[in-house]
Write a protein that binds this ligand. Structure first.
Ligand code: ASP
Length: 316
């Protein structure tokens, strides 16, 4: 499969927004990255992305349907996306300028706990390591977690060969030859469980052709990921530097918390003021305390899935 969606230049456009009103006892929304020209994908490729997004939705939904915790639901969803090589996270992640992978991930429980890792070169599922940092360490943010640490937490390591796909090798070669601008394709999820608890999780290989050591918004709590019970949860994708400058995920929840703004208005204001105004593109999935879902982006496209009350909606 060649010609993935993140290989084209994505200038910000007007904000596209989809909203699902609360109704079910639980709710989940996920994204598989923003940006790119979907027109370059064949119908076979589009269905592969749709299948990957739907499978990830089902993984998280299964957790919520049996009364599980929002943190378990976003973890299950992101693990599924990390294992699917189509997306820029875990296996199939974007390559750095040196041709390797450096993976970032973070997770936040709406009760206030969080965990994050950055520049991980061998954690098979970065989101599981971020979660272990949250639950099994005294820390919040670890860079390049060691194999020994992973083994101590019972988590699997993998060699670089596991993560690097032929598609990504070719993509990097084309970009380094000047053919395409670096694009993105992170994965993430937000959930509200049937007890009203919120969570958010995000995982990425970063920007294609990024320098070794470059870290974007994904593992930064408040920039790419944020959750606060009683208000909202957000997972972002796009040009990480702009999301960090705008502290985008937190900015949305802060508008809700301090100004009483509704989710859709908060999302629109933050995207317009923190991203579009800076000429930066991206998108996000978000949820409020009632289970209302808002999926929005100012990039031409965003891969996402959520339930609109009647059926599963998959955006490609
Ligand atoms: N936000 C990610 C980063 O800057 C990239 C992406 O969303 O695809 O590392």
């Amino acid at each position: 499969m060649d010609g993935h969606a993140e290989e084209s230049i994505a200038l910000p456009t007007t904000t596209s927004l989809r909203e699902a009103a609360p109704g079910a006892p639980f709710a989940l929304a996920l994204h598989g990255g923003a940006g790119g020209l979907i027109q370059e994908l064949s119908s076979e490729e589009i269905s592969a992305f749709e299948n990957g997004l739907a499978a990830a939705y089902r993984a998280g939904e299964a957790v919520l349907a049996r009364g599980g915790h929002a943190v378990d639901a976003v973890t299950a969803t992101v693990v599924e996306l990390e294992n699917e090589p189509l997306f820029n996270a875990g296996r199939g992640a974007a390559l750095t300028s040196g041709g390797g992978v450096e993976l970032d991930a973070s997770i936040m429980d709406g009760s206030g706990y969080a965990g994050a890792i950055a520049a991980s070169t061998h954690a098979r599922n970065p989101i599981l390591v971020a979660r272990a940092v949250m639950e099994q360490s005294l820390h919040l943010f670890l860079v390049a977690p060691s194999r020994e640490l992973l083994a101590g937490w019972g988590l699997e390591s993998a060699e670089q060969d596991y993560f690097i796909t032929e598609h990504r090798v070719q993509q990097l070669a084309r970009i380094q030859a000047g053919s395409f601008a670096p694009r993105h394709g992170t994965v993430g999820a937000v959930a509200r469980d049937s007890d009203g608890r919120l969570a958010a999780a995000t995982s990425t290989g970063g920007m294609v052709n990024q320098s070794a050591g470059r870290i974007g918004d994904t593992p930064m709590i408040g920039a790419g990921t944020y959750a606060r019970n009683g208000f909202g949860a957000v997972s972002c994708t796009g040009e990480g530097e702009a999301f960090i400058r705008g502290v985008v995920a937190y900015d949305i929840v802060a508008r809700m918390r301090y100004a009483g703004t509704g989710l859709a208005s908060a999302v629109t204001a933050t995207i317009e003021q923190e991203l579009t105004a800076r000429g930066s593109s991206g998108g996000l999935v978000s949820i409020d305390a009632t289970g209302r879902v808002v999926v929005a982006h100012n990039s031409p496209r965003m891969f996402a899935a959520f339930h609109d009350g009647a059926e599963l909606v998959v955006l490609t």
